[in-house]
Ligand binder design. Sequence first.
Ligand SMILES: [Zn+2]
Length: 129
Amino acid sequence: MNLPLTAAQRQRLEEILRQEHGELSARRKAYLGGLTRAEHAREVLLQDGDDAPQRASDREIDLQRVEEDVARLADIDAALQRIAEGRYGVCSACGEDIPAGRLEVAPYTRYCVACEAQRERGLKPAASL
Ligand SMILES: [Zn+2]
């Protein structure tokens, strides 16, 4: 049985979430701002492209990173939404309180350890039905 978060813990986690949200948003904007230049550089490369395949794979890694950032941003948005609605820190699958220690490591998480492990094994948590 885990204890619910105290108001102070929740406030601290909210601050962490907002800060990470700001950092990810800034990084995404910087990347999108650089995209135009990158596209232009690629066109130049395609005209004379010895190392174009290498550049393309660099770009895939960039895109993957941006996709991860976007997914994380969505998780953080959802966590902030749960804070606003007073549902934060409770497992979305089984309704148990998520341990504060777990939230400190991953403040955007929405599942307790057991339900997360179940999800990673590809099983649906029973309570989500
Ligand atoms: Zn759970």
